[in-house]
Design a protein around this ligand. Sequence first.
Ligand SMILES: O=C(O)CCC(=O)C(=O)O
Ligand SMILES: [Fe+2]
Length: 331
Amino acid sequence: MTQTSVATTVASTAVVLTGAERRKIGGLAERLARTGPAETDDLDWIRAVRDASAELPQRLLAGLRSFRHDAGPDGVLLVRNLPVHPADGAPLPPTPSHAGSVERTATTAAAVITAAMLQLGEVIAFRNEKSGAIVQNVVPVPGQERQQSNAGSELLEMHVENAFHDNRPDYIGLLCVREDPSGEARLCTASIRRALPLLSSRARSVLSEARFLTEAPPSFEGRAGAAPAHAILPGAAEDPDVLVDFHATHPLDGEAREAMTELRDAFIRTTSALAVVPGDLAIVDNRLAVHGRSPFVPRYDGTDRWLHRVYASLDNRRNRPLRHTAGAVLD
Ligand SMILES: O=C(O)CCC(=O)C(=O)O
Ligand SMILES: [Fe+2]
């Protein structure tokens, strides 16, 4: 069974915004688009979004707070019906298609995802990834079809985001701005809470030992080599975290390889696959769930699938040594 054969299912925890709630968020975003300098990487703008995020609709605030307390059996929160179109009624620009594409302008969609993520934690980015931009574009890039990064369009293996990094994000937000016109692409997620009961006790025990190495992904320029050996299921034996990237994590021995295969099968059997539509924000708990994407065929004509991605971290002190400018970017 492959990931693509999994039927579309929606993660169980969802907040579907009403028209009134959507309009309220649209009003906040419009205000933020006018808040100088209206650049997403500017710390003054991020401060303004942080303040405004306290005015998000009560039901969304409660959903985010509850998800932060416990990400539930799926480790994913889906927020639907968010505004993503320019407030002035102008059409969305064509989907960008250049490598390393990011959103520097404080558009409605950029303000919406940044505000939601700022209610979960502190927004962060990595200097070596997508030029350290807070709001990144997930778009297919010509010539990168086979790359195991979000610029590719072949199957993107299930992964914990930046699994190799000690200060990887705690949450990944993915907001759909334009849906895949081919209808093929699925955002796939799977949580260790669903997969754990399917594992043999031998696999559980092997996966909890430091018998695996994880490399930096291709999107991280200039980060060669692997971090020290680590466990794939660290933490509480009965409710562990997961730390794996099925492209970049390598088992150190035969038994470790078998356990990884068992885990991959368990994830495939418990995968939720979602064809995101504009206004869908999927927030993945990067400690409990892996994510990936089914293959699709891009057109490169401005109509391709387009998501924004923003990371959030729960602890602004733990990563302080890497934030040399005391800003949001980890060096
Ligand atoms: O394209 C997707 O649905 C997910 C891509 C991804 O893994 C990411 O942007 O981190
Ligand atoms: Fe990812």
